[in-house]
Ligand binder design. Sequence first.
Ligand SMILES: *Cc1c(COP(=O)(O)O)cnc(C)c1O
Length: 399
Amino acid sequence: MSNTTFSKILPAVNKSASGINEQSGMRYIPFNKPFLTGNETIYIQQAVQSGKISGDGMFTKKCHEFFEQKFGFKKCLLTTSCTDALEMAALLIDIKEGDEVILPSYTFVSTANAFVLRGAKLVFADSSKENPNFDVHSIEPLINAKTKAIVPVHYAGIACDMDPIMQLAKKYNLFVIEDAAQAVDSYYNGKPLGSIGHLAAFSFHETKNVISGEGGMLAINDERFIERAEIIREKGTNRSQFFRGEVDKYGWVDIGSSFLPSDIIAAFLFAQLENLDTIQAKRKLLWQTYRDELAPLNNKLGFPFIPQYASNNAHMFYIVCNSLEERTALIRLLKEHNILSVFHYLSLHKSEFYKDKHDGRELVNSDHYTDCLLRLPMYFELEIADVKRICSLIKKFYE
Ligand SMILES: *Cc1c(COP(=O)(O)O)cnc(C)c1O
């Protein structure tokens, strides 16, 4: 696929940063650059002109329908962030003081915070050797009478092995909440990620594949949660039912908060969703270029492992260096060439906040990714030539 395929939606893009570093003459390649498809501001204007810009307006409904139809989620509710969607999930499954939640240590703080806010104890699982997703085989021994939920994080949009996880959930009567923040339009054995667990949380933060600045969504696959999710999202009131004419007055019926985004945010998001296939095609092309160009280094460093059951939504391209020192040197080299590469999570079980609460188990793979994983630039407007230049620098580094 040539770059011209995508040029039709390029003109609206902010071209203010020329991308050329004045001093060196080298093109500056950021790690991420938010991509505008062109219709964002048009739809925002429509939302504004409609006279209803609070939550659950016309564009919010369009976004909900898009996701429900394309991915078969039973019910979708836009939220102001994935963090909020995770917090809603913790409220919905009634996490209480002392409940235990199993999650990877190698993840974003929000995966953990959502449950800690409700008083849960975190039980961290190690990443697998093959990729940063938690090792499914390590989970059963972590389950006890207090365990309430398992939270698989689909790192880089690559699916966790969901069948064994759902079997464990059934056997021990647990809830599964997918952290699908990075996993839009990705699949497990043909099933969309976010459609398998009881609940799932997506992110539309500007670093994700489809964006709205800040933004997120709760996907509800277990119907038992739908009514209460609407209430929790609307400050604990049954306002949604009232607007559908199901009750003749609305009031305070449960705990809740304000988790719904303005329709202005939804208008932005809808413009992105209409271009989902184009965005994904370009990202996959960039991803494959990285993979092919770096193939000569297969024996020298680690690459993303995509199991048979998983698809690749090209959320991220990363490499796994052999040591922290090596990674630091490579980051420095790329930076000298005006290329921004970034490492990722720091094991949560060793974090300042949680290290004293962790049960002391060593999580060696999580620590390895903490020290050695390096993410390379990935965004819609990145050019194939940029990727090739980045790869030739990396190859030189490893020569
Ligand atoms: C981005 C991300 C989040 C948080 O998303 P927000 O929308 O910024 O709240 C949570 N979990 C993972 C795995 C993420 O990558």
